[in-house]
Write a protein that binds this ligand. Sequence first.
Ligand code: UD1
Ligand code: CA
Length: 458
Amino acid sequence: MGIHAACVLAAGKGTRMHSSRPKVLQTLLGEPMVRYVLAALEPHFADNIWLVVGHGAEEVQKAVPGSRFVLQSEQLGTGHALACALPVLKEAGVERLLVINGDVPLVTADILSRFLEQMGDSELAFATINLDDPGAYGRIVRKDGHLVGIVEAKDYDMSVWGPPSGEVNAGLYSLDLGLAEKLLPRLNNANKSGEYYITDLIGLALEEGHRVAGIICGTTTALLGVNSPLELDEAETILQKDINRRLLASGVILHAAASVRISPFAQIEPGADITGPCEITGKSCIRADACIMTNCVVRDSVVEGGAEIRPFSHLEGALVHSGALVGPYARLRPGAELGVNSHVGNFVELKKTKLGEGAKANHLTYLGDATIGRGTNIGAGTITCNYDGKHKYQTVIGEHAFIGSNTAMVAPVRVGDNTLIGAGSTITRDVPDGELAIARSRQKNLGVRRNLQPEEKA
Ligand code: UD1
Ligand code: CA
């Protein structure tokens, strides 16, 4: 048996979005639209999925690495997009193809299952939904109960087809590759948009007596297309409500749930406590009994149980172990790892830095490319000087060290266990275990009286 594959049409510009970003890269809950479509396809087609890319092709390819791509260098319509993919699909031995628009982010693997089950032995099937207002969707024309074809909104002529029924084309198709090969060359662009429409395949197939099925998917919102900022907001709101409802039902505590934005790709364990407004995106994982307070942004980060992320903190690519306290106003950048019961306070930034168990950096500090041992205290205003304009260097601080306030550590440098660094030091040389180091000029009291003005004396 030949391969059953999927093809995502993702080459369009998305003119109605009024944005320079390719439409399929517009985001919902922090994730590009096209990733949602791929996530729904993957359980069915594994890696037999091709994306037709064109407008902003490089950007799209970067956003979904590891996928297979076909280039449609000129965007001449959805039918033309499929025609561009045809030779590649044939070459790969594909016999049956599912085609889906790249702008239906609410689609799910379940919806696809139902569609695939219902298409029976049809050579060409497509999904339809019912809308109160058919808007800009392609209209399904049926006469005396028989399917006639799909007519695009712009080309719809009431005097010919009567008032539209509200049944519209959802942009999801399944067809035999042989049929596509036969009919695609016969598409033309003699229509209001001057484009080659994939939807014209339906009329052509029917004319030739092929088995065509319009599969009615009812009023589901899962197949809504996203073409404009308004539709993007509608889809994102549906998704957000749906995710939050599921999380609440599973036992996640959401305060001000309407303002909590959680990506479907994040994992939130029952018993996690999250307060809106906040955003948890990417492949984040928030474990049971972790607490994310208001106004936090968490991306691709893991927060273990018993850790507390206080208001206005920003985490990206961070790992926070249990009992750690973060913020308010902390910034954890990629590679930040906070040990058990460690503390990171206000206006502290960590990048590629490991903070040991119980270690503290509570105020106004930058720690980059550093390893800090257990129980060490980093005083306010401490900076690792990790960058010389060309290269980055490491700072290693041992266990139970006490780094006085306003210390600059010029990397590469190693500060041993149980050391004490005097406030205001600029440390350029290694400090052996157990030593007290001070690197600042000695204070001079100059013996000169300050001449105060009379009003200052009062
Ligand atoms: C399309 C359908 C319409 C259907 C609607 C469902 C056509 C002609 N019309 O209209 O019947 O009701 O979807 O949402 O297909 N694309 C390409 N190359 C192109 C043009 C488009 O890859 O040359 C891609 C776009 O990136 C998009 C998808 O195809 O992901 C659909 O294109 P879009 O312009 O959004 O079509 P609609 O006008 O919504
Ligand atoms: Ca569309």
